[in-house]
Design a protein around this ligand. Structure first.
Ligand SMILES: Nc1ncnc2c1ncn2[C@@H]1O[C@H](COP(=O)(O)OP(=O)(O)OP(=O)(O)O)[C@@H](O)[C@H]1O
Ligand SMILES: [Mg+2]
Length: 279
């Protein structure tokens, strides 16, 4: 089961449309290419993972979709309008690798602050408590960021990104700094939240397992400057569970993604040894 389509016969407008996207950064008197000719569509309710070698432009792509960076070429629309308008409408949530919590505020206040940016809200405290419950961290509402583990901090960052019920959640290697057990736990928590919120997600990761476990589609980028090498449909049933590890279809999809990446990189942190696959 996916929560991609809603209730009408008319195909819904894509949430994200990226066409012929190119970005070059100025460096001294020259420019360096980060992305070239990238096309990407994200549909309503879809979970899309983006994977590619380090430096291939994944963060650049997310920053452009988030309206934080203007591309040097191509078109990007989010909810049918320009990216800055989408950002202003608060329909976007962003979670980065560094949770970026304010150390002098406790967990609840860190989340409340994001809500308060748009002015005072009735029932804000109750809403923050509910959000913290949803991401499994309500017991730690009065803790300060320095008193939390990395996984807990990422849960707070997720709660903060969900504050305005985003229709599109952009995540840049959000679990990259976590140990494998916390990371696995967070993956399933995220899937639960995604199903509850019925939002679209663009999820950048270095982990092949994470991409295949989470996504409806995995977009594989080439090395720098990044372009789309291939898009793999992940036709695994939902809800996804840890028992997928024993599913031959899952293993075969891992091998497909890995095969695409191996020719792009020899980085050992990207290409894990996956049983049953060849290098
Ligand atoms: N502000 C900047 N100024 C100049 N070059 C930049 C800037 N930001 C990124 N780059 C370059 O653009 C390319 C793409 O960077 P980006 O951070 O998007 O890659 P990435 O795929 O997210 O990498 P990683 O997997 O390591 O996070 C890299 O070569 C990087 O050096
Ligand atoms: Mg990055």
């Amino acid at each position: 089961m996916t929560n991609t389509s809603r209730d009408s016969d008319v195909p819904p407008e894509p949430v994200v449309e990226v066409r012929h996207l190119t970005h070059r950064y100025p460096v001294g008197n020259e420019t360096v290419g980060a992305l070239t000719g990238v096309d990407l569509t994200v549909n309503d309710g879809e979970f899309v993972a983006v994977i590619g070698p380090s430096g291939c432009g994944k963060t650049t792509l997310l920053s452009i979709i988030a309206g934080l960076l203007s591309p040097t070429g191509g078109q990007v629309s989010v909810f049918g309008s320009d990216t800055r308008a989408a950002r202003r409408s608060q329909a976007l949530g962003l979670v980065t690798q560094d949770p970026g919590l304010l150390p002098w505020l406790d967990v609840a206040s860190n989340v409340l602050l994001t809500l308060d940016i748009t002015g005072p809200h009735d029932g804000a405290d109750e809403y923050v408590t509910e959000l913290l419950e949803r991401v499994g961290i309500s017991r730690f509402a009065r803790y300060y960021p320095g008193q939390l583990s990395g996984g807990m901090r990422q849960r707070v960052a997720l709660a903060r990104a969900l504050v305005h019920h985003p229709r599109l959640l952009l995540m840049d290697e959000p679990f990259g700094a976590l140990d494998e057990i916390s990371r696995e736990e967070m993956r399933f928590e995220l899937l639960k939240v995604w199903e509850q919120e019925q939002m679209s997600v663009v999820f950048v990761t270095h982990s092949i397992r994470e991409a295949v476990l989470l996504a409806d589609r995995v977009v594989v980028l080439t090395g720098q400057p990044g372009r789309v090498k291939d898009v793999i449909e992940i036709d695994l049933d939902r809800p996804r569970t840890a028992s997928l590890e024993d599913d031959p279809r899952y293993q075969s999809l891992l091998a497909d993604v890995r095969g695409l990446l191996v020719s792009e990189t020899d980085r050992s942190d990207l290409v894990h040894a996956i049983p049953g696959t060849r290098r």
